[in-house]
Ligand binder design. Structure first.
Ligand code: ZN
Length: 131
């Protein structure tokens, strides 16, 4: 029953703006559009449930955002997988930025709940810049 231990766990998944990474952060997303060149690149995967089906056309349009963004429907109805590259100082910031994309462009997913998220650092050779 220690608030302190709970908050330290939350801190581990908080972005630099103090938001929970899985809740997303629009500021982190906007920062990722103009990243610190020293930031490593991350491969991020975010699973989320949407309250309505996302049209196939919208799933395809996500690719136009660049940075290898893809939005796919693995198999279960209303469960989606958003993947993409994100420049960030740590995994929490990378995830917050990718979820922040869904927050900022609400016409993509509408209301959603993130169920799982992962970020792994990309080797520099794979972190190719946007075309
Ligand atoms: Zn943030």
């Amino acid at each position: 029953m220690s608030d302190r231990s709970m908050s330290s766990e939350a801190d581990a998944w908080a972005c630099p703006h103090g938001r929970n990474a899985r809740s997303g952060c629009v500021t982190c997303y906007e920062d990722s559009l103009d990243p610190d060149p020293a930031s490593p690149m991350w491969q991020v995967a975010v699973w989320f449930t949407a309250t309505r089906a996302i049209p196939v056309r919208t799933l395809k349009e996500v690719r136009r955002h660049g940075r290898q963004f893809t939005l796919a429907q693995p198999s279960t109805p209303l469960v989606y997988l958003l993947t993409g590259h994100a420049p960030a100082h740590d995994a929490a910031q990378a995830i917050a930025g990718v979820v922040g994309f869904l927050l900022r462009d609400q016409q993509v997913a509408g209301t959603f709940t993130v169920t799982d998220a992962r970020a792994v650092p990309l080797p520099p050779a794979l972190a190719s810049p946007d075309r």
